[in-house]
Design a protein around this ligand. Structure first.
Ligand code: SF4
Length: 331
């Protein structure tokens, strides 16, 4: 777990989300997709923890499960010491005002029949937050904080640009004054020109309000800009986790090194090409799930699944061939 998380706001332990497959033959063995398969991390208040990975790595399922929009198969999700995985009904509703979510696609995540002001106000009314008489003023203030004008409250989502719609989504997430905002690919549906503005808005809002972000993205450039600590996910498991400086200056896991070498702007000569396809998440191999694509794989890798272990404070790696002294495998 991250070194920054000695008094964590959120602590996820051995989280598993397995989606059972429908059986065509009742006598056949029950199978399931292992979307999240033993994820553990902790994050501190006021900081930004990022989860990066390719499509299918399980990062979005992890985020949606923490939000309790998907039920976990097993594991714990402790938010300030209370396990959200076991909360239901009114207790879960009470906890919900403390953590909110900003989604990838602002158009489909906003109710097209509601005006922008009503969308931002909705969580206040639903969760009975603040005096009814002051809610309108708080909505106006939120519009200003995210770079919109209070007069725009009366417009519908389709009357805004993509960037403005994401600003409405951010204002809605801020309305209940949460301690944690989960952002799932929040700029990947936006034009490149607008992305930097929205990322900088996220940073300035965090400075003003002091909440933490759990930031999900496939884009290493976004992660580098936004995150204090970063976990790299592959096929449902964390392969490496470190603070931003360590991860970018001294990546240790072969998968992290391949991802970083392929990032835009990197020298093509030093690029590590990932060969082969990831294994089937329904039929995972017994050893390292990256072995089929790893140029360092040896017999042990195919037999024994590597566990995350601490290489130095805050830097964890799941690879048999990374030495305890922190040397990555070499050709
Ligand atoms: Fe590669 Fe083996 Fe390390 Fe897996 S455990 S990443 S196969 S060297």
């Amino acid at each position: 777990m991250s070194a920054s998380a000695s008094d964590p706001l959120l602590k996820v332990c051995d989280l598993k989300v397995h989606f059972p497959l429908r059986r065509s033959n009742p006598l056949a063995l029950a199978k399931s997709v292992h979307a999240v398969d033993g994820v553990s991390f902790a994050m501190a208040r006021g900081r930004t923890f990022g989860i990066v990975g390719e499509s299918g790595s399980g990062k979005t399922t992890t985020a949606l499960t923490i939000m309790r929009l998907i039920a976990p198969t097993s594991g714990t999700i402790e938010f300030e010491g209370v396990d959200l995985a076991t909360q239901t009904g009114a207790a879960l509703q009470r906890a919900r005002r403390r953590f909110q979510m900003v989604f990838q696609d602002p158009l489909s995540s906003l109710n097209p029949r509601l005006r922008a002001g009503a969308i931002v106000r909705e969580p206040l009314d639903l969760m009975q937050i603040g005096e009814v008489a002051t809610r309108g003023a708080w909505v106006d203030e939120l519009f200003r904080r995210v770079g919109l004008r209070p007069e725009q409250r009366d417009l519908f989502p389709h009357q805004f640009s993509g960037g403005q719609r994401q600003r409405i989504g951010i204002a809605r997430a801020l309305a209940s004054r949460p301690d944690l905002i989960v952002c799932d690919e929040p700029v990947s549906a936006l034009d490149v020109a607008v992305r930097a503005q929205i990322l900088n808005l996220f940073i300035s809002l965090q400075k003003d309000f002091g909440f933490a972000y759990l930031f999900i993205s496939h884009d290493l450039g976004v992660m580098r800009h936004m995150c204090d600590d970063i976990a790299v996910m592959y096929l449902g498991r964390i392969m490496e986790s470190a603070d931003r400086a360590s991860l970018f200056s001294r990546p240790l896991h072969p998968y992290t090194r391949a991802l970083l070498s392929a990032a835009p702007g990197r020298d093509r000569a030093g690029r590590v090409k990932l060969v082969g396809d990831p294994p089937n998440p329904i039929d995972l191999p017994p050893g390292c799930r990256f072995a089929g694509r790893c140029r360092f794989a040896e017999a042990r890798c195919n037999a024994e699944e590597p566990q995350l272990r601490v290489i130095e404070a805050g830097h964890l790696v799941a690879c048999h061939l990374v030495s305890d002294a922190g040397h990555a495998p070499q050709e």
